[in-house]
Each structure stands twice: as C-alpha cells, then as structure tokens.
Ligand binder design. Structure first.
Ligand SMILES: [Mg+2]
Length: 122
C-alpha cells in the first residue's frame, strides 16, 4: 500500500482543463502536486525539488517540448517520467521510449488507468 501523502508529483501540462482533471483525480490521494505550464518551468521546478517522485509530462509543451524537457530532467536524476500524449500510434510509442520516458498515457486520460500507472512508479 502506497502512502501517497509522502509523495510529490510534478504535472507538466499547459492546458488548464487537462491539468484540472488530473488534479481532481488525485485530490483524494492527498499527494503533493506541482504544476508546470512550460517545459522550461518543468525543468526549473524539478531542479528546485529533487525529491519529486514522479513526473507526468505532456509532450506538447511551450518553450521546451516534453521530449527535450525529459532528456534534460533525466540527465539530472533518473526520476520516473510518464508521457501524456494526445495520440499514440505504434511508431510514436517507440519514439517515446527512445526519448527516455518510462511509460505513457494517452489522452483523454482515464482515471483508473492514470491511478494504476502512477501506483506502478511511486
Ligand atoms: Mg500541451
């Protein structure tokens, strides 16, 4: 059984509605959430909070996209990073693995799938 209350998750998501869905889903788990709205911000929040346990990374982010931000963050520390993608054909799944993501979730995000995936990496 995971003690979510001791965990920190960074959600890198530029679209408010997508972020609010994740925030609402995770509310009952009492986890500490950080939000970044650009790739640059995701990197800086992670640098300031190296004890973050997991990152949910939108691929399409302003300034620095999710692929680049993930490469930079992974070069700092091997924190689990789950890609959030709008569309994940087989070719793109390989691209995601090569980019260093640990896993991916396809939007629109289903609550049960999200929680299962987070529990796998926390
Ligand atoms: Mg986006």
């Amino acid at each position: 059984m995971i003690d979510w209350s001791t965990k920190k998750i960074l959600v890198a998501e530029d679209e408010d509605m997508n972020y609010f869905l994740i925030q609402e889903t995770l509310r009952k788990y009492d986890v500490t959430l950080f939000r970044a709205t650009t790739g640059t911000e995701a990197i800086s929040i992670f640098k300031e909070n190296l004890d973050i346990n997991l990152i949910l990374m939108d691929i399409k982010m302003p300034e620095i996209n999710g692929y680049e931000a993930t490469k930079i963050i992974k070069s700092i520390k091997n924190v689990p990073i789950i890609a959030q993608t709008a569309y994940t054909p087989t070719g793109k799944q390989n691209e995601i693995k090569l980019a260093g993501f640990d896993d991916f979730i396809t939007k629109p995000i289903r609550i049960k799938e999200l929680v299962t995936l987070i529990e796998k990496y926390l």
